[in-house]
Design a protein around this ligand. Structure first.
Ligand code: HEM
Length: 442
């Protein structure tokens, strides 16, 4: 470790201390809060892989109980946990205001994990009681999360595009949780829902996949891609057009439901957002990454390349899922969005954000005083690339299983998802366990 080794975030041309690159890092929450949510993600990936490897039906029909369970391990367990942790971390940094009562996050974490476990078991085993208790625990977790986060987002002095994207995504999360709770109670036979059940499921899936997941990842990318890779800023027209499309989906989709509409009506409301998030965003982001000033292509850049290359498939699969009769359209759609596009971006960002947070919380104050490791030394690129190739192999095997109907590919995809989850867990734990340096002066 040498002074050069001390080239952490500060050495990357960003001033260290409370405001890095104009971002307020002094208001960041304690590391344990985002870290506790980030650690749920690999566990959910492993559990989803085990479900896939132990059953032939998960990638055959989305309506199978195991498929529903695997869907929520991916959407809530992997993506949901990542995104809750990221919001706790990024709102103070990007919006310039701390999340109030941030220690509530530990209660949110406990309720979220318990609710998720019960939802997955309830969907897999078809047990009404578990479904109802799960929806109550999840609703409580999300309300305890959304309250403080909403206060912060309303109070935020910064009104940049990312803050508006976060606001829309968070409203989307509330709508999904409300729909999911009603659907869980309907599945348990406690309530009856009006209109077309497929309309409910599509509205729930679109608000989840397009507004919450698609909206938040796109909005956050407008900050992190220029910040991490020193790219030019992403074009403002694409940001505002995306925000307008997400707002439209948030307005139209629930209205379709109110009038008893079905999947086709839901799709109409989602088309502009589908185009902006999965056709326009990949083009403008790949162009920006191509023009980046930091030329070294680390593992996390490659995760962006892989995910953005897969993205243009999503709108095609969405139209096929609604207008086509073959089940494979909707299974492929779920697989591409959850483990493909969003899963790879989430995985890639974890490999960048976690070493940054550990460096910032444990080493930043020692720069120039003690020999501190570089961010790269906290999580070597070779380990990130191994996890990347495992993740890509899992996504490809899953797609082959869906297209061919082959049980062998499906189980292979399950095993690869388990191994990817283990690689991710080891990378996160190894980085989070790095302790502060000993008092040796250079
Ligand atoms: C509070 C949290 C949630 C609860 C209680 C919940 C509950 C449910 C229920 C009961 C179903 C219907 C199952 C059936 O038809 O039998 C369902 C389906 C679904 N949920 Fe959730 N959900 C939640 C959150 C989410 C999130 C955050 C996402 C996405 C980001 C999501 C994505 C889906 C999808 C894609 C389906 C449809 C599966 C299909 O038929 O293809 N859910 N959910």
């Amino acid at each position: 470790m040498s002074a050069a080794g001390a080239a952490g975030p500060a050495g990357h041309g960003q001033p260290s201390g409370p405001s890095a690159g104009g971002l307020r890092t002094d208001q960041a929450p304690p590391l344990s809060i985002p870290a506790s949510f980030f650690l749920v993600a690999p566990v959910a990936m492993i559990a989803s892989g085990v479900l896939l490897a132990s059953s032939d039906v998960v990638l055959v029909s989305r309506l199978m109980p195991f498929a529903m369970a695997a869907t929520h391990l991916g959407t809530l367990g992997f993506l949901g946990a990542l995104m809750l942790g990221a919001l706790y971390q990024m709102i103070p940094v990007v919006a310039g205001v701390p999340v109030p009562w941030v220690r509530l996050a530990h209660v949110v974490h406990a309720l979220f994990v318990a609710g998720l476990g019960m939802l997955v078991a309830g969907l897999a085993l078809g047990t009404p009681t578990l479904l109802v208790v799960a929806s109550i625990a999840l609703l409580a977790a999300l309300l305890l999360f959304l309250g403080p986060v909403a206060v912060a987002l309303v109070r935020a002095p910064a009104t940049n595009e990312t803050v508006w994207g976060m606001r829309l995504a968070v409203v989307g999360l509330m709508a999904i949780a409300a729909l999911g709770t009603v659907m869980a109670r309907a599945r348990a036979g406690i309530v009856e829902v009006g209109g077309d059940w497929r309309g409910w499921v599509s509205a729930h899936a679109v608000l989840g996949g397009v507004v919450w997941v698609g909206g938040l990842i796109t909005a956050v990318s407008w900050q992190v891609v220029p910040m991490f890779y020193l790219t030019p800023p992403l074009p403002r027209w694409s940001c505002w057009a995306t925000l307008a499309a997400l707002g439209l989906a948030l307005l139209v989709v629930p209205s379709v439901l109110l009038v008893g509409g079905g999947p086709a009506g839901v799709l109409v409301g989602a088309v502009p957002a589908l185009v902006m998030v999965w056709w326009v965003h990949p083009i403008v982001t790949l162009r920006a990454i191509h023009r980046r000033r930091r030329r070294r292509a680390d593992g996390s850049v490659r995760f962006w390349w892989a995910a953005l290359s897969l993205a243009p498939l999503v709108p095609v699969l969405a139209v096929g899922a609604v207008l086509g009769s073959d089940e494979r359209w909707s299974v492929a759609l779920g697989w591409c969005v959850v483990w493909g596009w969003a899963g790879m971006i989430g995985h890639g960002m974890l490999t960048r954000i976690v070493p940054f947070l550990v460096w910032f919380h444990r080493y930043a104050a020692s720069v120039g005083v003690l020999a501190v490791p570089s961010m790269r030394a906290l999580l070597p690129d070779a380990r990130i690339r191994l996890a990347l190739w495992l993740h890509v192999a899992a996504v490809v095997a899953g797609l082959l299983a869906i297209v061919t109907g082959s049980a062998l590919f499906a189980r292979g995809a399950g095993v690869l998802l388990v191994v990817t989850g283990v690689a991710l867990a080891l990378n996160l734990v190894r980085t989070l366990l790095r302790r502060t340096v000993t008092a040796t002066r250079e």
